[in-house]
Design a binder for this molecule. Structure first.
Ligand code: DOR
Length: 443
């Protein structure tokens, strides 16, 4: 007798570890139950997705969703609505909220706020401080924890570990792969005089390539001494990419769609303070080396560093403006446009957004289209031509640095554990749950 599924996708091109090919997918109890020609199967619901591509659900491993404490910019529900509208099915959220996620209570609070209220699945990074360094080994293994995040240079919020001894102590104590914002705090302080009032292009002179390189050099040295793996977030300079290519046994690398797409000086001229982020948007020489790293396999994942600030906050005069730009909703269309322009293959995009996060963080049951895995899918129309507009943005901040950009390739659906979180621009029911990790499986 033919198998019965809850949901059956028919007619799409599936892109996964097997290459790309026409196949149906049967989903049962939120998991993938069968892949192949399933023409005779019965299902409670059948979706004809002929002409579309089904990719493993896109996992964005760096977003800032601002709850608790900064909900005027974003909250867990609006941030996750933005994610699924952009085809993202799971996010790892950063700890620089108010209060910062630096204790078991703060982590549990975020997990309970998020469960059933977010549209996508989620995990939260725990912020490292000098004060909680002794507790991090325990905190990083709690349910809902993506691992430890450490700011080596100050950015939005007050999380900071800028002394070598504390950094070494933390690296010695933890066992999971931690994520690092690598900019050298002492150098940032010394160079404050490079900020020019009203001129956001001076942001990249203040936070210069050397500040990023110095921090990454220190991190790699200490990680090697401690025998630990490290994940370097939003790599922005040519020098770091060359260095990281020599340390692939211990270092994983993230780049953002912004750093791959926007470049100085044009970005500052066109976008003003909206282009201000940490680490800064830099010139084409750096951008080309990021693409080199992506093509050569040095880059492991794409993270959006979705960092919403209101337009009112961004309208102040630099340097009174906050750093960061939204990005979780535009990651898929901006990068599919690069795929269509021949800058990366669709297989590489899948590697960067599902297999890559799974491999780095040991995600349990996600990151592949394979039987037994969660039925998380990013369903895209590779040929759709659209214009990205502020009005499309579901984030509370209501803007995107990519407004007005024409793209080819668009997210049509976000399926989270067999649930339609987004279909053709309409949100489904919020049913987000914590991502699970092999190194810290909840009992
Ligand atoms: O530009 C940034 N904004 N970089 C960060 O590291 C933090 C982020 C934010 O939270 O606003």
């Amino acid at each position: 007798m033919a198998e019965t599924y809850d949901l059956l996708f028919q007619g799409a091109t599936i892109v996964n570890q097997d290459g790309a090919g026409l196949a149906d997918i049967g989903v049962k109890d939120g998991r993938i139950a069968a892949i192949g020609p399933l023409g005779k199967a019965k299902a409670a619901e059948t979706m004809d997705v002929t002409g579309l591509h089904i990719l493993p659900g896109v996992i964005d491993t760096q977003v800032h969703f601002r709850e608790p404490g900064l909900e005027h910019k974003e909250d867990l529900q609006t941030g996750s609505a933005s994610a699924v509208l952009g085809g993202v099915t799971a996010v790892f959220e950063m700890p620089n909220t108010k209060p910062a996620t630096t204790s078991a209570a703060a982590l549990a609070d975020k997990v309970s706020r998020a469960t059933g209220r977010m549209y996508c699945d989620f995990a939260f990074f725990v912020g490292a401080t000098a004060d909680n360094s002794g507790a991090l080994a325990e905190l990083e293994r709690l349910p809902g924890a993506a691992g430890v995040k450490l700011f080596m240079g100050s950015s939005t919020g007050d999380l900071l570990v800028d002394d070598e001894a504390t950094l070494a102590r933390i690296l010695a104590a933890i066992s999971r792969r931690a994520a690092f914002h690598a900019e050298d705090e002492a150098r940032l302080k010394e160079r404050l005089f490079h900020q020019r009032e009203g001129d956001p292009s001076s942001h990249s002179e203040w936070r210069d390539p050397q500040a990023a390189l110095q921090a990454t050099e220190l991190l790699l040295r200490l990680a090697r001494e401690a025998g630990k793996r490290v994940h370097v977030l939003h790599v922005s300079t040519a020098e770091e990419m060359a260095l990281l290519a020599r340390h692939k046994d211990i270092a994983s690398v993230e780049v953002t769609p912004q750093h791959l797409t926007l470049a100085a000086p044009e970005a500052y001229a066109a976008l003003g303070t909206r282009a201000q982020m940490n680490p800064p948007i830099r010139d084409r020489v750096h951008q080309e080396k990021l693409w080199w790293g992506l093509k050569q396999g040095v880059v492991d994942v794409l993270g959006s560093d979705h960092a919403p600030h209101t337009l009112e906050e961004k309208a102040k005069a630099y340097p009174a403006t906050p750093s960061g730009m939204p990005g979780v909703q535009t990651l898929v269309p901006v990068m599919l446009d690069h795929v269509n322009a021949g800058r990366l293959s669709l297989a590489r995009f899948v590697d960067l957004t599902s297999a890559g996060p799974q491999r780095l963080f040991g995600i349990a049951g996600k990151g592949r289209i394979a039987v037994g895995y969660d039925a998380d899918f990013t369903i895209v129309d590779l040929k759709a031509k659209r214009v990205i507009e502020d009005t499309w943005i579901g984030s509370k901040c209501g803007w995107t640095p990519f407004a007005g950009r024409k793209v080819t390739g668009w997210p049509v659906g976000a399926i989270v554990r067999g649930r339609r979180a987004m279909w053709e621009g309409a949100l489904g029911e919020p049913g987000g749950a914590p991502v699970r990790f092999g190194e810290a499986l909840a009992k």
